[in-house]
Design a protein around this ligand. Structure first.
Ligand code: HEM
Length: 208
């Protein structure tokens, strides 16, 4: 879970930074979206890099979800009866954030791909016109609302997931716990705010 999670985190940081190019205007953003399809040329042919990345990300999502499922089965087996009192409220919160937040994110990713990659749900839906596709989606308030909910789930998921990954990989110890938690919160806030700037700017009419 830790390794696949960190791989997806790396993708998200790059994706979030790339999205901010929308503030440079239509031409720059569409040029950037076009470049995403030709990364690696001429060493790699056409969209090969994109397909390798898609394959690796899909594998990461599947392995991450499978490990999550196995972990929650193991938890249930280890404690078939509920805790008698609420000392473990914090652990319960983390489990909920990770489990239901993770399911919400998986559904969001399907929606997001249908919106911006296959363009099936996009109201503008013109291939190569990434800027206008983004603006047309986020001009609708409920689409922006879906993104706001999903990005909050993403932030909470990263905050706890990053800390968990540090534990799993043996990078955390009592003397570093505060620093690891701080880094986890910092990353979560950076990604949530960084991603949300775009839909909120469109809805506010700052990008049109
Ligand atoms: C407000 C936040 C976001 C915006 C504005 C945004 C925007 C976009 C756009 C415009 C594309 C299509 C790029 C293109 O092919 O032309 C895209 C693709 C994608 N986005 Fe996002 N994105 C956001 C958040 C996210 C999040 C949180 C995730 C993951 C949890 C994500 C995962 C992906 C994936 C997997 C693709 C498909 C890339 C491919 O074609 O293989 N995005 N996004």
């Amino acid at each position: 879970m830790a390794v696949t999670g960190l791989l997806m985190l790396l993708f998200l940081i790059v994706h979030m930074l790339g999205n901010l190019k929308i503030f440079y205007g239509r031409d720059d953003f569409d040029h950037y979206a076009g470049w995403l399809r030709t990364i690696g040329e001429p060493v790699l042919h056409g969209a090969w890099y994109l397909w390798i990345q898609r394959f690796v990300l899909l594998l990461a999502v599947v392995l991450h979800a499978t490990s999550a499922y196995q972990l929650s089965r193991r938890d249930l087996k280890a404690r078939p009866t509920k805790y008698a009192h609420h000392q473990r409220a914090q652990a319960g919160y983390a489990t909920h954030v990770m489990r239901y937040g993770g399911i919400t994110l998986a559904l969001f990713i399907i929606y997001h791909i249908l919106d911006f990659t296959t363009l099936t749900l996009n109201r503008h839906g013109v291939e190569g016109a990434a800027y206008d596709n983004v603006v047309s989606s986020f001009s609708v308030w409920w689409v922006t609302a879906i993104y706001i909910v999903a990005m909050i789930c993403l932030g909470l998921h990263i905050q706890h997931g990053f800390w968990s990954a540090a534990q799993t990989l043996g990078l955390n110890r009592p003397s570093r716990d505060r620093a690891v938690r701080g880094l986890a919160t910092g990353l979560a806030v950076l990604l949530t705010v960084g991603f949300l700037i775009v839909p909120v700017a469109v809805l506010a009419g700052l990008v049109d």
